[in-house]
Design a protein around this ligand. Structure first.
Ligand code: 3PG
Ligand code: MG
Length: 395
């Protein structure tokens, strides 16, 4: 792989793919972690005398222009953090974009609009993606891939474009890969993974694959209720993916057969409605009433997860344990975050949501071994899958 250090970019225009997919609330950025994580590569390129065209995505606009998913607020925050102007253009391709890119002097930055407003970016049709990639390639001399959170996507700006230009990985992508290698090449054992988040369907493959690699797996978040249902328990009005109950039964069996310690919550914090001011009640996981929903793991489960985590030498955590955005349902996530800070080996927090959660709960980045900017990307890496955005960078 070519690293940024080897690259001669002086006087050249670099096309830089970043992951600037930050959480927004009424067009205000609620966690700028991914923007901050992109700064070292941007600064390194500027110091070397390059000009930069940056492309990034925000949310999943599915090929349509969605004003609420514009990168305009990101341009403002990026400029603040860099202490330098960032030109923003509300377009991805076209004569204006070309003119602006060509007019960039060394040290100047142009941020394109949300790349996913172009349907070709995420198209399954290779020729469509290639057409967009070819237009983007004309904007620059060199490609740098630094959007780690999106490297698992076979998208035009991630996968097709780097093949058309001399390319290198940015420092964020290089750092992420180095950490994830420690979790895949001979991890120090015991090795534990904590998975949360809302959808089992997103994680079925991950769970199945990781069950063959880890010693401990703990399940929290909305997806835990599909596990409880698979154990034959009543889950009230909790989130559930009924069509996956049988698959999850298979996963539970797989864990038993392979001797992996699978932790499924034994107590749950429930409430009548999904709202910040709903009254929480703690119940055993086999006593969820039919008119209430689970919104967090209970303290007994959190303590069991924490003990298991602290007993591990390698831990990866992705996905909040409960609805941490509502303070009454944040306790489980907080206990898990605290436990990760106490791991004596390597602890990695993966994913935009999990990283935002730990910061929102008052933890500092330095308390963890590493905070990965990619949730899906890091999980797929841990599964041993080939990631298109890394392959394209020869990683
Ligand atoms: C993320 O938020 O996980 C990354 O930015 C990738 O986004 P995606 O899951 O919409 O591809
Ligand atoms: Mg995400």
């Amino acid at each position: 792989m070519t690293s940024l250090v080897d690259l001669d970019v002086a006087g050249k225009r670099v096309f830089l793919r970043c992951d600037l997919n930050v959480p927004l609330k009424e067009s205000k950025i609620t966690d700028d972690g991914r923007i901050r994580a992109s700064l070292p590569t941007i600064n390194a390129l500027l110091e070397k005398g390059a000009s930069i065209v940056i492309a990034a995505h925000l949310g999943r606009p599915k090929g349509e222009v969605k004003p609420e998913l514009s990168l305009a607020p990101v341009a403002v925050r990026l400029a603040e953090l860099l202490g330098k102007p960032v030109q923003f253009i509300p377009a991805i391709t076209g004569a204006d974009v070309t003119a602006k890119a060509q007019a960039l002097a060394p040290g100047e930055i142009l941020l394109l609009e949300n790349i996913r407003f172009a349907s070709a970016e995420t198209s399954k049709d290779e020729s469509e993606r290639l057409a967009l990639a070819t237009e983007l390639a004309n904007l620059a001399d060199i490609y740098v891939g630094d959007g780690f959170g999106a490297v698992h996507r076979k998208h035009a700006s991630v996968f097709d474009l780097p093949k058309l230009l001399p390319h290198a990985a940015g420092t964020l992508v290089a750092a992420e890969v180095e950490v994830l290698k420690k979790l895949t090449v001979d991890p120090v054992r015991p090795y534990g993974v904590v998975l949360g988040g809302s959808k089992v369907s997103d994680k079925i493959g991950v769970i199945a694959n990781l069950l063959g690699k880890v010693d401990v797996m703990a399940i929290g978040g909305g997806m835990l209720f599909t596990f409880l249902a698979a154990q034959g328990k009543e889950i009230g009005t909790s989130l559930v993916e009924v069509e996956l109950i049988d698959t999850v039964k298979g996963l539970i069996k797989q864990a038993e057969d392979s001797g992996v310690k699978l932790l499924i919550p034994t107590d749950i914090v429930i409430a009548p409605t999904f709202s910040a001011d709903a009254t929480p009640t703690l119940v055993s996981s086999d006593a969820i009433p039919n008119n209430q929903m689970g919104l967090d793991i209970g303290p007994e489960s959190a303590a069991a997860f924490a003990a298991a985590i602290k007993g591990c030498k390698t831990v990866f955590w992705n996905g909040p344990m409960g609805v941490f955005e509502f303070p009454k349902f944040a306790a489980g996530t907080k206990v898990i975050a605290q436990a990760l800070t106490e791991v004596s080996g390597i602890s990695v927090v993966g994913g935009g949501d999990s990283a935002a959660a730990v910061r929102a709960l008052g933890f500092d980045d330095f308390q963890f071994g590493y905070i990965s900017t990619g949730g899906g990307a890091s999980l797929e890496y841990l599964e041993g899958k080939e990631l298109p955005g890394l392959t394209a960078l020869d990683l």
